[in-house]
Ligand binder design. Structure first.
Ligand code: HEC
Ligand code: HEC
Ligand code: HEC
Ligand code: HEC
Ligand code: HEC
Length: 236
C-alpha cells in the first residue's frame, strides 16, 4: 500500500504524548521545532573568518582543549576563545601571515584596519532552544568531547560529526558504558580502552577486563552513573 503520510507524521505520536502532559508547552515545543530551520546536520562545515586548524593546534602543537574552551569543564556552556587567547601566541608567531588579518583587526592596535571587535566565528553545533544541555555535567562523569564531537584533533576545519538528534542523546543515556572513561582520560584524544586496560590491569570479580564495554560497566557501577531518560531531563 502506498504511504500517504509525509515522513514527519512519524513524529505525531511524540507530539501527542507531549501535548497530553503539558498542552501549552507541547504546542510551543512542536511549533519551535517546525519553525526552526534544520541547519544542524552531520557534515555541516561552515567556512570560518580565519582558517583555524585544530589539527595544527591540537595534534601538532599539543594544546589541550581546555586551553581555549576553558568553560566547558566548569559550566553548562562551552565557550569559543576570545582573540586574546590567539594573540598571546600570534603577536610573536606567524605574525605576518595573511590568514591572521581578522585577528590583527580585532587585537592589534597598530594595525591599520584595527576596530577591536570580536572575531565572528560561525557557530557549528546548536541545540534547539527547547533543549537543555550541559557540558560540565558530561565531562565530570567520564564522557569525552570525542564521543560527541568526533576527532576534532584531526580537523582542519570543524564539522559536525554526530547527529545530536534526540535519538542520539538517548542511545548514550540508555547505554553510557559504550563511552565512559576514567576521568583523567576525558580530554585525551588518543585514548583507547583496550590499550589502557592492557597497560593498567583491571579486574572485576577476579576477571580481567578487556573491552570498552566491560570497563564502562565497571565505571558506571563504581561511580553510580545513571543518565536520566525522562522528558524533563532535557526539556524543562
Ligand atoms: C588554540 C585554541 C583551540 C584549541 C586548543 C581547541 N579549540 Fe576548538 N575551537 C577553537 C576556535 C577558535 C573555534 C571556532 C572556529 C572553528 O570552528 O574552527 C573552535 C571550535 C570548536 C568546535 C565547534 C564549535 C561550534 O561552533 O559548534 C568544537 C566542537 C571544538 N572547537 C572542540 C575542540 C576540542 C574537542 C578540542 C581539543 C581536542 C579543541 N576544540 C581545542 C579554538 C581551539
Ligand atoms: C600556544 C600558541 C598558539 C596559540 C594559543 C594559537 N596559535 Fe595559531 N599557531 C601557532 C603556531 C606555533 C603555528 C605555526 C604552526 C606550523 O606552522 O606548524 C600556528 C599557526 C596558525 C595558523 C596558520 C598560519 C599560516 O599562515 O599557515 C593560523 C591561521 C592560526 N595559527 C590561527 C590561530 C587562531 C585563530 C588562534 C586562536 C583561536 C590561534 N592560532 C592560537 C601557535 C598558536
Ligand atoms: C555529551 C555530548 C557533548 C560533550 C561530551 C561535549 N560536547 Fe560540546 N556540544 C554538545 C552539544 C549538544 C552542543 C550544542 C549545545 C547548545 O547549542 O547549547 C555543543 C556545543 C559546543 C560548542 C559550541 C558552543 C558555542 O556556543 O558556540 C563548543 C565550542 C563545544 N561544544 C566544545 C566542546 C569541547 C571542547 C568539549 C570537551 C571538553 C565538548 N564540547 C564536549 C555536545 C557535547
Ligand atoms: C556519549 C554519552 C552521552 C551523550 C551522547 C549524551 N549524554 Fe547526557 N548524560 C550522559 C551521562 C553519562 C550523564 C551523567 C549521568 C549521571 O550523572 O549519573 C548525562 C547527563 C545529562 C543531563 C543531566 C545534567 C545535569 O545537569 O544533571 C542532561 C540534561 C543531559 N545529559 C542531556 C543530554 C542531551 C540533551 C544530549 C544530546 C544533545 C545528551 N545528553 C547526550 C551521557 C551522554
Ligand atoms: C537526553 C535528552 C532528551 C530526552 C530525555 C528527551 N528529549 Fe526530546 N529532544 C532532545 C533533543 C536533543 C531534541 C532536538 C533534536 C534535533 O534537533 O533534531 C529533542 C526534540 C524533541 C521533539 C521535537 C521533535 C523531534 O523528535 O526532533 C519532541 C516533540 C520531543 N523532543 C519530545 C520528547 C519527549 C515526549 C520526551 C520524553 C519521552 C523527550 N523528548 C525526551 C533531547 C531529549
Amino acid at each position: 500500500m502506498a504511504n500517504f503520510f509525509p515522513r514527519w507524521s512519524n513524529l505525531l505520536p511524540l507530539q501527542i504524548a507531549v501535548c497530553l502532559g503539558t498542552a501549552v508547552g507541547g504546542i510551543a515545543l512542536a511549533f519551535a521545532y517546525y519553525a526552526t530551520p534544520k541547519a544542524q546536520v552531520v557534515g555541516y562545515q561552515p567556512a570560518q573568518p580565519i582558517p583555524f586548524s585544530h589539527k595544527i593546534h591540537v595534534d601538532q602543537l599539543g594544546l589541550d582543549c581546555r586551553y581555549c574552551h576553558s568553560f566547558a569543564e566548569v559550566s553548562g556552556h562551552s565557550n569559543v576563545p576570545s582573540g586574546n587567547t590567539c594573540w598571546n601566541c600570534h603577536q610573536h608567531v606567524q605574525r605576518d601571515s595573511p590568514k591572521l588579518a581578522p585577528l590583527h583587526k580585532s587585537m592589534d592596535v597598530n594595525y591599520p584596519g584595527y576596530d577591536g571587535k570580536p572575531i565572528e566565528w560561525v557557530r557549528v553545533h546548536k541545540a534547539p532552544d527547547y533543549v537543555y544541555f550541559n557540558h560540565s555535567a558530561h565531562l565530570a562523569r567520564g564522557i569525552s568531547c570525542q564521543s560527541c564531537h568526533g576527532d576534532v584533533n584531526k580537523m582542519e576545519v570543524v564539522y559536525q560529526a554526530e547527529s545530536h538528534s534526540m535519538g542520539w542523546c538517548l542511545d548514550c543515556h540508555n547505554a553510557p558504558e559504550k563511552h565512559l572513561r576514567p576521568l583523567e582520560e576525558v580530554y585525551n584524544f588518543k585514548y583507547d580502552a583496550e590499550k589502557y586496560l592492557a597497560a593498567n590491569p583491571t579486574y572485576q570479580d577476579g576477571k580481567r577486563l578487556k573491552t570498552q564495554e566491560e570497563f564502562g560497566l565497571l565505571i558506571k557501577d563504581m561511580f553510580h552513573v545513571h543518565p536520566k531518560t525522562s522528558c524533563s531531563t532535557c526539556h524543562h
